[in-house]
Design a protein around this ligand. Structure first.
Ligand SMILES: [Mg+2]
Length: 461
């Protein structure tokens, strides 16, 4: 893993020591000697991470951090505050200013690399998600992240895994009194794992030792490997000076660690920070999901669109080559649809299209592809389907539209019919466009010979 780290410190020796250490681990290091320069370089260089000294003459680290986190261009860059002493008060001020983590001088090598590598992983995950979000925006109609702040922590769910039930209750009471999070607690490893999968929290707080010989590290590893819980943040609580356990925990999937006994204020600050980060990644993830969905789904009918249909036909063709089985391609077009719009208005027209889509889906199999190509034009592709089966299916579809009138505005019923053209494909066919064209020619035949009927390409030729 490599990445670019901006080191900010007013004392030259400190900058050089950190540069030497980080370069030895193959990180690229940039240097700034004051707050103003740090803010400028953060914007122009866009580093992957910032190590920020707290005590500086022009502008202290808290101010620099707050400014970084308030600017959309730099809000997502992780900031590690470097504090003079092991002062809990300074740590909490740092986390409140939006810092993602902190280190105390003199900097312990193990802690430095554990914190840096852990945040670098988080940064890369965010970069990947942001990239996918951008792709889905370019592909279709993906929503933009309107609020670029790092995320809120106003609601959330926390689950505690502690050594004793008493400890769990005490910590839960403490968290509930300071933060608006729904907090549950347990101390049995298997029980917590089961509870977590049932009702997944945003953040876990897991102690190194659990009740009845339970192992916190094993729990971290299981939570991180399980699909239901792998997006949750995990704060590992390790015994004082257990640096190796902390490092192992981060390797296994913990997002943060804290040494016990701890100041409750520090735990609260770390919990808030993890909650913000979790909410931010949830938002990115759901934007990506919605964007991808919107790029392939027709919003009116909920059917697939042309883009998806073209891709999917390619897969059906490949499948046919493997299985040796034929498939059917149906083009269909609502008869005299323009007059529905003209007579009853576009809302009525939209309603007819939706109801038509619903009847199509109701009368086809789950494996059939149903897509709206545009306007009143639809495509159905039925894999593993020969002539006698498609004849049955096409006729059933035609009747499903013809036999019951469409109700519009709950008052009026209007007759709707559909014309269908069918072509067959098999293992030897390569070109989805040609098959669609054949089905389209058959559809034209249906239209010109009176509508409300099914025509087969072979018969038309
Ligand atoms: Mg300083």
């Amino acid at each position: 893993m490599s990445g670019r780290i901006l080191v900010v410190d007013d004392i030259a020796t400190n900058r050089l020591i950190l540069r030497a250490k980080l370069s030895s681990a193959y990180f690229e290091v940039l240097l700034a000697d004051c707050g103003a320069q740090a803010l400028e370089m953060a914007l122009t260089e866009l580093p992957d991470m910032i190590l920020l000294d707290v005590m500086m003459p022009d502008m202290d680290g808290y101010q620099v951090c707050q400014t970084l986190k308030s600017r959309p261009e730099t809000a997502h860059i992780p900031v590690i505050m470097v504090t003079a002493a092991n002062s809990t008060e300074e740590k909490i001020r740092g986390l409140d200013a939006g810092a993602d983590d902190f280190l105390s001088k003199p900097i312990h090598d193990f802690t430095l690399f554990a914190r840096v590598r852990n945040l670098m992983r988080v940064k890369m995950m965010f970069d990947e998600l942001k990239l996918r979000e951008t792709t889905s925006q370019e592909l279709g109609l993906g929503a933009f992240l309107e609020d670029h702040s790092f995320g809120t922590d106003e609601t959330g769910r926390v689950m505690l895994a502690t050594k004793t039930p008493k400890q769990g209750e005490d910590w839960a009471t403490c968290i509930r009194s300071r933060l608006p999070f729904e907090t549950t607690a347990g101390s049995d490893e298997a029980e917590i794992f089961a509870m977590a999968r049932e009702n997944t929290p945003d953040v876990f707080i897991v102690c190194q030792h659990l009740a009845n010989g339970g192992d916190g590290l094993r729990l971290v590893s299981n939570l991180h490997a399980n699909p239901a819980t792998r997006q949750s943040a995990i704060i590992l609580v390790v015994e004082d000076n257990e640096f190796e356990t902390a490092g192992k925990g981060l390797e296994l999937g913990a997002s943060d660690y804290i040494h016990a006994p701890f100041d409750p204020n520090e735990m609260v600050a770390r919990l808030r920070s993890q909650m913000r980060r979790k909410k931010y990644s949830d938002r990115l993830r759901s934007n990506v999901r919605d964007g991808l969905k919107m790029a392939v789904i027709d919003p009116l009918t909920g059917l697939y669109n042309r883009r998806y249909a073209t891709q999917h036909m390619q897969r059906i063709i490949e499948h046919s080559k493997e299985s040796g089985l034929p498939y059917a391609v149906m083009m269909m077009d609502l008869d005299r649809f323009k007059s529905v719009n003209d007579t009853y208005g576009h809302d009525a027209g939209d309603h007819v299209l939706k109801e038509f889509a619903r009847r199509l889906q109701e009368n086809l199999r789950g494996i059939d592809l149903v897509a709206r190509l545009g306007g009143e034009e639809f495509l159905v592709v039925m894999p593993d389907t020969g002539p006698s089966e498609v004849e049955f299916a096409a006729e059933r579809l035609r009747r499903a539209i013809n036999d019951a009138e469409f109700t519009i505005n709950n008052t009026r019923s209007i007759p709707v019919t559909v014309s269908i053209g069918v072509a067959f494909g098999g293992p030897a066919d390569e070109n989805p466009g040609l098959l669609i064209q054949h089905a389209d020619e058959a559809l034209y035949q249906s239209k010109s010979s009176g509508r409300n009927r099914v025509t087969y390409f072979a018969a038309a030729a």
